[in-house]
Write a protein that binds this ligand. Structure first.
Ligand code: TXA
Ligand code: MG
Length: 335
């Protein structure tokens, strides 16, 4: 069989120009990208992902000039966060320009922006000559992809037909999505925990004289982040997440009107180091789905009194949303 030709950045930029989608690596997860100025490409993202139109897309930029083309307001606090954390896993939600395609922002008057810290993503945005809107490259509600092989499993038919081009950048380094922050003048509201930790945000403001009084809070419920729904990141097999008891403490697990014997349940293990746990999280969940001889997956989160929230906050958020059964509760921890 002939070896398939590797997709180049130029091929991918041309594909985007034709109003089609490219799956690109970022430092967090793979994204399914289209040019912000291509109504056809943006519509294709929603169709391919089977994504509801109420869930807005993050726009990826490669330089600060692109920001001014997209936003109506860019508060000094946003600039200070961008200077400190970009390129990196931080999405800033600010007031958008009216000219931006309303499908991108799901009709809201805001847009989420980030500059990804990945050479392939940055090179693609530059070659395309336009910012790229990109959600995670998975079907809506399912586990996010952190390798090119994961993307291939999500979109096999569209890749085979050439509808989507895939740039392979190996495994993603961070492994969980960006932190999504709504930016107000003296207030940052975390809509989704992610690769930039709450501690890092607090430390940034603490050491600044200009922004010392900025507060960092959480959104009450999910009201402000329409796509961060209660059931998200779901595995194909039901996932049981235990915040307390170990695997095998009971002989069967009952939920959603079914009972699964512990012997038909496969235990997944997370690394004790949060950076490695985050990097491996989605690959670990996908391996569980591939495991032969089990009907459900089980993860126990081990807590230590020394734990900072750090990246665990994002990991625990994803686990609780992916879980179909939770045992016990996430212990309260200091910020
Ligand atoms: O790391 C990431 O953020 C990855 C990579 C590809 O950049 N992208 C990603 O996109 O995770 P997605 O679409 O899977 O998640 C974006 C989240 C959703 O929960 C969405 O509701 C929220 O960001 N979001 C986007 N724009 C928003 C806005 N204007 N207001 C509130 N929430 C917004
Ligand atoms: Mg997603």
């Amino acid at each position: 069989m002939p070896t398939p030709k590797a997709v180049t950045i130029q091929d991918a930029a041309l594909h985007l120009k034709e109003g089609k989608c490219v799956a690109m690596p970022t430092e967090t997860v793979y994204g399914l990208a289209a040019r912000v100025d291509s109504a056809e490409g943006i519509a294709a993202i929603f169709k391919l992902k089977e994504r509801p139109h109420f869930d807005p897309l993050i726009v990826h930029v490669s330089d600060m000039n692109q920001v001014s083309e997209l936003v109506n307001e860019w508060p000094p606090v946003a600039q200070s966060l961008a200077t400190a954390f970009w390129p990196g896993p931080l999405t800033l939600v600010v007031k958008k320009k009216v000219s931006l395609n309303p499908m991108i922002s799901s009709g809201l008057d805001t847009v989420g922006l980030r500059m990804p810290n990945h050479p392939i993503a940055l090179a693609l945005i530059k070659a395309a000559g336009h910012p790229l809107a990109a959600p995670s490259a998975n079907r809506f509600g399912r586990t996010s992809p952190t390798t090119a092989a994961h993307v291939s499993l999500e979109f096999k038919a569209a890749l085979d037909s050439g509808e989507i081009l895939l740039l392979d950048g190996g495994a993603c380094d961070v492994g969980v999505e960006s932190t999504v922050c709504l930016v107000k003048h003296d207030q940052i509201i975390i809509l989704r925990p992610g690769g930039v930790t709450r501690e890092a945000l607090l430390e940034h403001f603490n050491k600044s004289s200009e922004f010392r009084d900025v507060t960092v809070t959480e959104s009450p419920g999910n009201a402000a982040s329409p796509g961060h729904t209660e059931h998200h990141y779901e595995t194909a097999k039901p996932l049981i997440v235990s915040w307390s008891e170990p695997f095998g403490a009971r002989s069967e697990y009952s939920f959603e009107n079914k009972t699964i014997a512990a012997s038909r349940t496969h235990e997944l293990k997370l690394d004790a180091d949060p950076r490695l746990a985050a990097r491996m999280l989605y690959a670990c969940l996908r391996e569980g789905d591939e495991h032969v001889g089990s009907d459900a997956l089980f993860i126990q989160r081990h807590f230590s009194t020394r734990d900072e929230r750090g990246l665990w906050e994002a990991i625990d958020d994803r686990l609780s949303r992916a879980a179909r059964l939770q045992i016990g509760k996430i212990p309260e921890r200091g910020a």
